[in-house]
Design a protein around this ligand. Structure first.
Ligand SMILES: Cc1ncc(COP(=O)(O)O)c(C=O)c1O
Length: 388
């Protein structure tokens, strides 16, 4: 039985990939290639402009500040905290709507006419690469002038009803480093005039990240160090550096890896079927549900622990880490859990609260085989049995 060498939600690059990106680095055509590639998939439609940032939060902060300061924006209540911090720092007012426990996405049925009357924009993300119910959302907003912001940071090349995600939003956020290993980077694809941030060079932090990102003889040491560490706290950084463009090496890496992503997503869709089977049979988990006409990008494979055992979530992740299995717990630090933006959390968000306590993101790679999934599930279930 073959096994993969790494069970880690984080993706790494080889020295060969790094070398190829460095060779491209001098060529300067990467933004054109990226634009063409996204245009072919209907994500960068004609008339839209691509503006590059080093992080998604900087991109969204700029969008919110320039276009929605002082205005209300509807957000799903289970969301990356940096997005809400960007909105609040930009002077926009979040209006939260609870999510569905099935697909962990915004529950379109909970958006009221009053919400639509008050808000200037609706922010939709496709949680962990699983498409939100775009048809229901579009029906809901069809008679409203609300502006749709679609975040495909985890869902590039996922499809809903045969159409790539990113085709629905008026402005779309693409990440350059979440689904393809990279230093950093985000793109706003927009019909709005958004100011380009200043250029940036690779920083010392970037060089350290590059060392960590590139797989090589140092892997053994890095893994041993990480195994001993506590769970990373990913509370949003309250410092708010001015948005910059990504460095040119990040552009080169994205241009190099983007054409391979569709194939990688297709492979993950195959292995996800086995994941779904194992998760569906498990007495401990409830997997994230996928609609019949949806083809997720599988940013990771996400499950939630059954309510009676949510209290073991962090102990389970730590025990797995000690065994060299690196899972995640996105978004344990969602605004509903941390109380960020408390003055805007005016309703009840029981589903978002439950997800923040109970989600586990498992690694999924294009190269995984069924034996990898079986190994992971056996290790996880054994660890749970030792904890309950
Ligand atoms: C779906 C999604 N969109 C946007 C962001 C913000 O992107 P960045 O981490 O590049 O600032 C995050 C944060 O991780 C995210 O999960």
């Amino acid at each position: 039985m073959s096994r993969h060498t790494s069970y880690d939600v984080t993706d790494r690059i080889t020295f060969g990939t790094l070398w190829s990106a460095m060779v491209r680095y001098a060529r300067h055509q990467d933004t054109t290639l990226i634009q063409q590639h996204l245009a072919k998939s209907g994500i960068a439609k004609e008339g839209k402009r691509l503006v590059y940032f080093s992080y998604g939060r900087g991109a969204l902060y700029t969008l919110f500040k320039e276009k929605f300061a002082g205005k209300e924006i509807i957000f799903p209540a289970f969301i990356c905290p940096s997005i809400i911090l960007a909105a609040v720092k930009a002077g926009a007012k979040p209006r939260f709507i609870d999510v569905s426990l099935n697909d962990f996405n915004l529950d379109a049925g909970l958006i009221s006419n009053q919400d639509l009357e008050h808000a200037a924009a609706l922010f939709v993300n496709h949680t962990f690469g699983v498409p939100a119910e775009m048809e229901a959302i579009q029906t809901k907003i069809k008679d409203s002038p609300i502006y749709l912001i679609e975040d495909i940071a985890q869902a590039l090349f996922a499809k809903a009803k045969g159409q790539y995600l990113g085709a629905f939003g008026d402005t779309v956020l693409v990440s350059m480093y979440k689904q393809t290993p990279n230093l950093s980077g985000a793109i706003l694809v927009s019909d709005l005039e958004i100011r380009e941030p200043p250029r940036s060079d690779i920083s010392l932090g970037g060089l350290i990240r590059l060392f960590w990102l590139t797989s090589g003889p140092h892997d053994f040491l890095l893994k041993a160090l990480r195994q001993r560490r506590e769970l990373p706290e990913e509370e949003p950084d309250q410092k708010w550096p001015a948005p910059r463009q990504p460095c040119r090496l990040a552009l080169a890496l994205f241009a190099l890896l983007l054409p391979t992503l569709k194939e990688s997503v297709a492979c993950k869709q195959i292995i996800a079927k086995h994941y779904q089977k194992r998760a569906g049979e498990s007495p401990y988990f409830i997997p994230q549900q996928v609609g019949a006409a949806e083809e997720p990008a599988w940013f990771n494979f996400s499950v939630r622990l059954r309510p009676e055992i949510v209290h073991i979530r962090d102990a389970l992740l730590l025990a797995l880490r000690r065994k060299g299995i690196f899972c995640d717990r996105l978004w344990h630090d969602a605004p509903v859990a941390l109380g960020i933006s408390k003055e805007h959390l005016t309703g009840e968000y029981p589903n978002a609260q439950l997800l923040a306590k109970s989600v586990i993101n498992l690694p999924i790679k294009a190269a995984y085989q069924e034996s990898d999934v079986d190994y992971l599930f056996d290790a996880i279930e054994q660890t749970i049995q030792g904890l309950i």
